[in-house]
Write a protein that binds this ligand. Sequence first.
Ligand code: GAR
Length: 199
Amino acid sequence: MKKVAILISGGGSNMVTLAESMQGDHPARPCLVLSNRPNAGGLAKAAAMGIPTEVVDHKTFGKDRAAFDAKIHDVLTQYQPDIVALAGFMRILTEDFMRKWEGKMLNIHPSLLPKYKGLHTHQRALDAGDSEAGCSVHVVTPELDGGPILGQARVPVLKDDTAETLASRVLIQEYRLYPEVLRRFADEETGVLELTSEA
Ligand code: GAR
């Protein structure tokens, strides 16, 4: 059975869908939910599911990203995860840290990568007049939102969409995509998963 650590910064709704998916004949189980924000809503949700939680508050490290990442590495090492799933984890990690977990770390990003790396993805898709949007799960490499794509889910952009309405429809697809990609990754399956939705 593989162990999965999930890193969050906020509400943790993707974390919940990942954790709930790891049951029965699933090849993995959650071993830790770690947040960089002490007040992240996802911490209580993880605790309610019986998953150990840890906080590494980035604010206590000031601008010292290397020290923050070293602490996260220390905590992760205590839990010995086989897979690290970033799920709404909103800190940019140092190259040194990413190298230590290379090939084991996944991220979900709310755009059809390689489009719209970084922030404000939905507004950027609307501004560009795109007819479709979506989300991607990829392996984390030192290039921001740039590692190999393992799966994508697409939604049509609707005429009256705002960044908020689009984000909420993409989020529903995130809940389909990430658990399925995680399962395939834990099973060491290869290939890119493509999901589509009507709206
Ligand atoms: C999700 O939409 C996720 O794709 C996004 O943050 C949200 C977290 O929601 N991630 C990024 O923007 C990463 N750069 P959640 O905490 O409810 O899962």
